[in-house]
Design a protein around this ligand. Structure first.
Ligand code: GLN
Length: 484
């Protein structure tokens, strides 16, 4: 059963070939035997999953099934789940039982999807390798000595390892796309505002966006149909009519104009990644797509701008973790200041502290104009580059990450090298555009991801362009050894 995609599982459930109880139990057994090797789940919610599966089967028997009723999924541990620990990968929230469901979680529950568990992640979603998690790193199922990427590395690894048919992720600077690339799965970061951030623990609010991760673009479209939609409780949620994200899956790519940003094809990209991207370009040419070079002249400033804006916002968002209301509290504080200082000092890990310090500095009176304001201006220029490019092309294509999965520990001592993992993904978040990663081949046995970037609200088009590629290639159907 686990080799089936979400679309195939939905059909099998509909045809009565399998029940949700059988399917959910099957996945829970796989998690039990296989997750120790990759550490991708922080919490497994077997009992609740089985109850929800029973309810899904009953709903189906009564004729009340929706498209995904009974398909079990996993949630990144950044989404609040009522009655279940929501740790955000941090000691700070190790004891936090969320009192309510995030909108995304509530929507999947309403759609009848049992929750298998909560996936491991970089602490507060800060990282590109999952090594900043309080629960230890996730290991890449393709090679357990290597990282799965981050911060949604747990979600990517459970999909790659067939420990869930699909999982939710969040992407602030690349955290859906980069781990999707490193694990050989498909993931999409929607347009900023498409998916509600309510109950999704905030890192950098103007960049954070939830999205689906699954085997195929078709599966991502089905999941996005559940996740996306206006939410009154999120002030940046976009009010647009509901859309069916599967509507363009069968649109041929013949005549599609695809832009290749010249800045994405220079130095810095591994030869193996470059070869795979070239092969994907050739495949699309074979399908009748046209390629043109586009210029994104400010994209080389994106990592620098991001590492001012994101820490600035995180320093403000994370101020709420003070040891008073919820989360970690130090032992025997001698006064209030001691309580704040030690609770935060002991509860946060080194990367989170680094970001809070950088952000506080960038926002401080003497430096605000020099750093924060400058970064916001740069952000506008980056968005304008994309607007100009999209006058000429329908989608933009390039690599997702400069390399394949690197070794555990390889980049932990050098934050700047780590930050460069997102060199091709970060500009998209600064501009608020939708973008996805899909598996496009292998280099030395490790998966390589292809990135597609679309104009605002063009998720359905992106998913269609990816689906057309997946119809003619096998990459998205391959499983890592030991997890077949
Ligand atoms: N790797 C980037 C960071 O560390 C992006 C993380 C993310 O998208 N959540 O901030």
């Amino acid at each position: 059963m686990h080799e089936k995609s979400i679309a195939e599982l939905a059909t099998a459930l509909k045809d009565g070939e399998v029940s949700s109880v059988e399917l959910t139990a099957h996945y829970l057994r796989r998690i039990e035997t296989l997750d120790d090797a990759i550490n991708a789940y922080v919490t497994v919610t077997g009992e609740q999953a089985m109850e929800a599966a029973k309810a899904a089967d009953e709903a189906r028997a009564q004729g009340n099934a929706g498209p995904l009723t009974g398909v079990p999924i996993a949630h990144k541990d950044i989404f609040c789940t009522e009655g279940t620990r929501t740790s955000c990968g941090s000691k700070m929230l190790d004891n936090f039982i969320a009192p309510y469901d995030a909108t995304v979680v509530a929507r999947f529950k309403a759609a009848g999807c049992p929750i298998l568990g909560k996936t491991n992640m970089d602490e507060f979603a800060m990282g590109s390798s999952n090594e900043t998690s309080y629960y230890g790193p996730v290991k890449n199922p393709w090679d357990t000595e290597r990282v799965p990427g981050g911060s949604s590395g747990g979600s990517a690894a459970v999909v790659a390892g067939r420990l869930a048919p699909g999982a939710t992720g969040t992407d602030t600077g690349g955290s859906i796309r980069q781990p999707a690339a490193l694990n050989g799965v498909t993931g999409i970061k929607p347009t900023y505002g498409r998916v509600s951030r309510w109950g999704m623990i905030a890192f950098a609010s103007s960049l954070d966006q939830g999205g689906p991760m699954a085997r195929t673009a078709e599966d991502c479209a089905l999941m996005l149909n559940v996740m996306a939609g206006f939410d009154q409780r999120d002030s940046t949620s976009i009010q647009r009519p509901d859309e069916d994200f599967t509507k363009r899956l069968n649109t041929p790519v013949k005549g599609l104009r695809i832009g290749l940003p010249k800045q994405f094809f220079g130095e810095g990209m591994d030869a193996g990644v470059a070869r795979v991207v070239d092969e994907a370009i050739a495949h699309y040419k074979g399908l009748g797509a046209e390629f043109v070079e586009v210029d994104l002249p400010h994209s080389d400033l994106s990592v620098a701008a991001y590492y001012v804006v994101a820490p600035a916002e995180c320093s403000s968002n994370l101020a709420r973790f003070d040891g008073v209301r919820y989360g970690y509290r130090c032992e025997d504080p001698k006064d209030l200041l001691d309580l704040y200082m030690r609770s935060r000092g002991e509860g946060f890990g080194p990367e989170v502290k680094r970001r809070i310090m950088v952000g506080t500095y960038a926002l401080s009176a003497g430096y605000f104009d020099a750093y924060y304001l400058k970064a916001q201006k740069t952000r506008r220029l980056i968005a304008e580059d994309f607007a100009t490019a999209f006058k000429d092309v329908d989608v933009i294509l390039g690599p997702t990450a400069p390399s394949t999965a690197f070794r555990l520990g390889e980049k932990t001592d050098d934050p700047v090298t780590m930050y460069l993992s997102d060199i091709y993904t970060i500009a998209v978040n600064l501009a608020g555009l939708p973008a996805m990663s899909l598996p496009a081949g292998f280099s030395d046995g490790l998966p390589v991801g292809l990135q597609l970037i679309g104009n605002y609200f063009e998720e359905a088009r992106l998913l269609g362009v990816a689906h057309q590629y997946q119809l003619g290639t096998e990459w998205c159907r391959m499983a890592p050894g030991g997890f077949e």
